[in-house]
Design a protein around this ligand. Structure first.
Ligand code: 3H9
Length: 651
């Protein structure tokens, strides 16, 4: 046997070979260059052993609890961006995966946990796939989120077993499938209940020489003849609603490849090698990779040393939009939540909204009911004494907040997190009357809570490092991304957003068409234009944040008039735009020679303010500003964030 650092291999008395991947000193398995080189040697050995009848089949498993394989090793991608080197590496990996597919003995993959990207591509090159049917299994192609598409033959192979349309859908969206769905779509051949059943089931599959079946004719026909062009056009139109080819070329390149070669899985694979290196070499891919690692870094801000905090119960005070939605989100994520307000009339709308969220996300009535059972109305506030985390989200009034925390502190468990969702009051003042002010942190969520991933964890002059870390741990625990910010007006996101929104509104007041400015910001890469965004945020909210930042709205402005008339934006059906069914009614966009350049001009105040925030220590680094602003505002991820964009001369 060759010397192995990434794999383990042994043959049992039935001549079945057991191959285990175990990436050294890493929490997840990845297909690094070394792993691929070692696998080449292993496969050569399998070929010899199969020829001499010493091996009747191979089972591929993972030794890690986290899952099967999380894909190719992204840390190597910067070194692989040279197109010539990349092409060589791809050819080599393709040749290896083809040899695996051609082995004369059955090769079976046993999948648990994450099976992603290159990991799924390797599993697809094997002859039969068994997956554990539990909540942890996630199977998919996240490559588009890294600015590329599957490059180890996954395009053609997934189309072969799933049919071209479902395969394209999972590659274009990067969505992960659970085991049941993957089985239903043909990506997986067999399900088992527990991880320890994988070996037995794989053994049976080898001895019975089971083989995955290609997708049936009705599925394959979708990629034949003129139908393929029609489907490619539809896919392009759908993707274009979300992203632009000049910003995110990967999904468009994949659709072109499908349009060109989608009727032939083998040609599709060859086409991958031609197109992939260009994508990998793009600024978009480099920036999205950087964001992946920055996001990974955010997870590390929590408590590192034992005892690690445990989160089972959350108590939320204030059942308004923010408090109610924070409570619903925590219940959705599996926590037991009590929601307190003055009476049931105030709590009921939050429970109704929570039910809508659970129905939309969880779908199955049993799961919806279970989530509803986890969310309890608590007028008396009894939940505070049992909670691991207590979040206050009442009106922005210092005295009320101080009173609440004085009460809460007297009943809270010693290690419980005390958090405020304030967006404008200094933490130091809220903590003034606390016996232990070092406990209070800010956990600033964004509206809509279910959609926006960022939580600003607010560091004051008095809170402890442990309180901050525990706040970060909690945010990560509920699936949000924590960014630590200094307690100062607007923290990071509102602070950088407001000058951009207000300057854009000034231009509208001076006579420029709001449709033009909004279209320009989108052409630059923002998810929505500034005027539309102000309507979505709400003019009342915008007004109060502007005041808090010392940038009050001029009294004789259109903004002030709309506000006085109660035209607060989307929520009232009228703001800068009229709104019907949640959509802004926009007029046509006036001609402009360079929309993206105009958009770039519009975002300057945001980028300038980011620089100031870094200088003033609102966030600890330019990287934190970039990831925070992307997560909080959707600022052009393909540009890597405002400061990276400026550094690259793009903003
Ligand atoms: C691909 O496969 C392309 C191919 O088609 C063709 C190529 C030519 N590489 O997030 P965690 C690290 S593209 C390198 O805390 P979790 C991660 O940085 C790849 N490192 O765990 C972290 O390191 P550290 C397609 C990786 O349970 C550690 O593992 N795959 C990779 O919260 C633990 O991670 C993806 O895009 C990787 N592929 O989440 C999946 N994956 O401890 C990317 C993880 O030093 N990975 N690491 O900070 C993920 O989305 C999450 O890590 C995962 C686990 C969901 C798997």
């Amino acid at each position: 046997m060759p010397k192995l650092s990434q794999w383990k291999f042994g043959i049992d008395f039935e001549r079945i070979g057991w191959l285990t991947i175990d990436t050294p000193s890493a929490p997840v398995n990845v297909l690094s260059t070394t792993a691929i080189l070692e696998l080449e040697k292993l496969v050569a050995r399998f070929e010899d052993l199969a020829a001499s009848d010493e091996l009747v089949g191979v089972v591929l498993l993972s030794s890690k609890g986290s899952g099967f394989i999380a894909g190719a090793d992204i840390t190597e991608f910067d070194d692989l961006s040279d197109p010539v080197e990349m092409t060589k590496a791809l050819r080599r990996a393709h040749a290896l995966f083809d040899r695996i597919e051609r082995l004369p003995i059955p090769f079976v993959s046993g999948i648990h946990g994450f099976c992603l990207g290159g990991g799924l591509e390797l599993a697809l090159a094997t002859h039969y796939r068994i997956a554990v049917n539990n909540d942890k299994t996630r199977i998919g192609f996240p490559e588009v989120k890294l600015g590329i598409f599957p490059g180890f033959g996954g395009t053609g192979r997934s189309m072969n077993v799933m049919g071209p349309v479902p395969a394209m859908q999972i590659m274009l969206t990067g969505k992960y499938l659970r085991a049941g769905a993957a089985r239903g779509m043909g990506l997986v051949d067999k399900l088992v209940r527990h991880r320890d059943q994988l070996r037995w089931e794989a053994r049976k599959a080898i001895l019975q020489k089971r083989k995955s079946k290609p997708a049936g004719f009705t599925k394959r026909v979708m990629a034949m003849g003129p139908l393929r062009k029609f489907i490619a056009d539809k896919m392009r139109a759908t993707v274009k609603k979300k992203v632009r080819p000049e910003h995110y070329p990967a999904p468009f390149s994949l659709i072109e490849l499908f349009e060109d070669k989608g009727n032939d899985p083998v040609a599709m694979r060859a086409g991958e090698i031609e197109r992939f290196p260009k994508l990998m070499d793009s600024g978009t891919a480099a920036n999205l990779r950087r964001l992946f690692f920055l996001s990974e870094g955010l997870k590390k801000q929590g408590v590192r040393k034992p005892p690690k905090p445990k989160f089972a119960r959350v108590h939320v005070i204030g059942a308004g939009v923010m408090g109610g939605d924070i409570a619903a989100w925590c219940a959705y994520r599996g926590l037991a939540v009590t929601l307190q307000d003055l009476d049931m009339e105030r709590i009921q709308p939050a429970l109704d909204r929570a039910k809508k969220l659970f129905k939309k996300r969880l779908k199955k009535p049993i799961a919806v009911n279970a989530a509803m059972a986890r969310l309890e109305a608590d007028v008396a506030g009894k939940g505070a004494a049992r909670a691991d985390v207590i979040i206050e989200a009442v009106v922005e009034n210092l005295e009320i907040k101080q009173k609440i925390f004085a009460q809460v502190e007297s009943v809270a468990k010693p290690g419980a997190v005390l958090a405020t969702n304030t967006s404008s009051i200094e933490l130091e003042r809220i903590a003034e009357d606390l016996k232990d002010p070092s406990r209070l942190v800010g956990l600033h969520f964004f509206n809509p809570v279910a959609q926006l991933p960022l939580v600003e964890v607010v560091r004051s002059k008095v809170n402890s490092d442990l309180a901050i870390r525990t706040g970060c741990s909690f945010a990560s625990f509920i699936g949000k991304s924590p960014v630590v910010v200094k307690s100062a007006p607007g923290f990071l996101v509102n602070r950088v957003l407001m000058p951009y929104l207000l300057k854009s509104i000034e231009r509208v007041e001076a006579g420029e068409a709001q449709e033009l400015l909004d279209a320009a910001a989108v052409a630059f890469g923002m998810p929505m234009g500034p005027i539309e965004l102000m309507d979505v945020v709400g003019l009342d909210v915008g007004h109060s944040v502007a005041n808090e930042l010392g940038q009050p709205v001029a009294e004789d402005s259109k903004f002030a008039r709309l506000l006085a008339q109660g035209n607060l934006g989307r929520k009232t059906g009228r703001g800068f735009y009229r709104w019907t069914k949640g959509r802004a009614e926009k007029g046509s966009v006036p001609e402009h020679s360079n929309l993206a350049e105009l958009g770039r001009e519009l975002v300057q105040p945001l980028v300038d303010e980011c620089e100031v925030c870094v200088k003033e220590g609102i966030v600890s680094s330019a990287d934190m500003a970039d990831i925070g602003v992307i997560l909080g505002t959707g600022f052009a991820p393909f540009l890597g964030g405002p400061l990276k964009a400026r550094q690259d001369g793009k903003a």
